[in-house]
Design a protein around this ligand. Structure first.
Ligand SMILES: *Cc1c(COP(=O)(O)O)cnc(C)c1O
Length: 399
């Protein structure tokens, strides 16, 4: 190195290796797309799995693996595969599991893009897709025709906060020879661990609570339980990622892992604040309905809500008397809560499903599912409870 021309030195100086008997306490950012081998034999050993090692960051990367390991532990999974977004994660599951002539049964109330993806992707690949009311277990059972390989739902549904009865849905799926995939974005593994309740696959949009700071796009797929060939399915999902290419960057994996560190305290606070806001909204004469899993013991999904541990989460929605105009008036009056069509961050935000996340649905479909023009979704933040509640009660008093 010493005798090299500076132009060559520029390409080589500053080695990646930093020998040290002490180790970094925090996982470093491995911003390396490539890895270097000392011999053909060594490369052969890594390629065939005889030695642990990395080849190319589209296949695997140490920072991404550190993040995967954390989600794995939280969900109690056999393995986890991270991707560049929640949609990429869902895409990999559909790609790995469903072939021409096979079928998927999915909840009719889903994150808007997930529903569009299932509809479009299925049509394109010749996969039969059917949507069902996930709370109607007899109806779900009836939809499990031969050829159904996947039952898909959200643990807490968007935007009506219905809680899925995962143990019952898992038995229905398994009796029909299918797998159950659960999008656990709203509950997070702090409030629900679907694999422990019988599900086979758990998907996260880590863009939301897992990262929790509105500065990263990321997704994960975890596989576990004893009803699925977990190593085989994980291999297929990794293969999908390698070929489709939606990899998580090492920087974003590092940030998301940093977000995970405070997930426990954030979820506790989100849940406490959301409960307080749900109670306050219920008492308002401008509000005709409040959807929050912890609120109404008579509601059928409240029974399933007992599956949620340590709180009912930070998401709620409510129906405003006066439709779109009243919602617009409220948005203009709120000062702490911003209109941001996403969720799961530290700050309180609101969204209007009919004109944002669920806008691609027809008017008929929206009405049938209860997504009216007066429906407001709130992602309750970790601010001081009283500041959140009074922001809403004051805004409501002005419309
Ligand atoms: C946001 C979201 C997704 C999609 O995730 P991205 O990270 O935006 O791709 C999927 N499911 C749910 C429930 C979501 O909230």
């Amino acid at each position: 190195m010493k005798d090299m021309d500076p132009k060559s030195m520029a390409a080589h100086a500053g080695s990646a290796r930093r020998p040290s008997v002490s180790e970094p306490e925090v996982a470093p950012i491995y911003a390396s797309a490539v890895f270097r081998f000392g011999s053909l034999d060594q490369a052969e050993d890594v390629w065939t799995g005889r030695s642990k090692g990395y080849v190319y960051s589209r296949m695997s990367n140490p920072s991404v693996e550190a993040f995967e390991e954390a989600i794995d532990a939280l969900e109690g999974a056999t393995g986890t595969v991270a991707a560049s977004s929640g949609m990429a994660a869902t895409n990999m599951v559909l790609d790995a599991l469903l072939g021409h002539g096979e079928r998927i049964v999915a909840a009719s109330v889903l994150y808007g893009a997930t529903k569009t993806l299932i509809e479009q992707d299925s049509a394109r690949r010749g996969v039969g897709a059917r949507f069902v009311d996930i709370v109607d277990l007899e109806g779900v059972k009836g939809a499990m025709e031969p050829g159904v390989k996947l039952l898909f739902c959200e643990s807490v549904s968007n935007p009506l906060m219905e809680v899925a009865d995962i143990p019952a849905l898992a038995s229905i799926a398994h009796e029909a020879g299918a797998l159950l995939a659960v999008d656990n974005t709203f509950a997070t593994p702090v409030l629900m661990r679907p694999l422990e309740l019988g599900a086979d696959i758990v998907i996260h949009s880590c863009t939301k609570y897992i990262n929790g700071h509105d500065d990263v796009m990321a997704g994960t797929v975890s596989v576990g339980g004893d009803k699925v060939d977990a190593p085989g399915l994980l291999e297929a999902i990794r293969h999908s990622r390698t070929l489709l290419g939606p990899v998580l960057s090492p920087f974003e994996a590092w940030l998301a892992l940093r977000g995970v560190r405070t997930l426990g305290v954030r979820m506790e606070r989100h849940s406490d604040n959301a409960f307080a806001l749900a109670m306050a909204l219920k008492g308002s004469d401008k509000v005709t309905a409040v959807h929050y899993p912890g609120l109404d013991a008579a509601n059928p999904t409240c029974a399933a809500a007992r599956l949620l541990q340590e709180g009912y989460g930070g998401m709620l929605s409510f129906e405003l008397d006066g439709g779109r105009e009243a919602v617009d008036g409220m948005i203009r009056s709120l000062s702490l809560a911003a209109f941001v069509p996403s969720l799961g961050s530290y700050a309180t935000t609101i969204s209007h499903p009919a004109s944002t996340s669920h806008r691609s649905m027809s008017e008929d479909e929206k009405l049938k599912l209860g997504i009216t023009d007066g429906l407001v979704r709130v992602s309750v933040g970790i601010e001081q409870e009283q500041d959140i509640v009074s922001d809403f009660t004051e805004a409501l008093s002005r419309i």
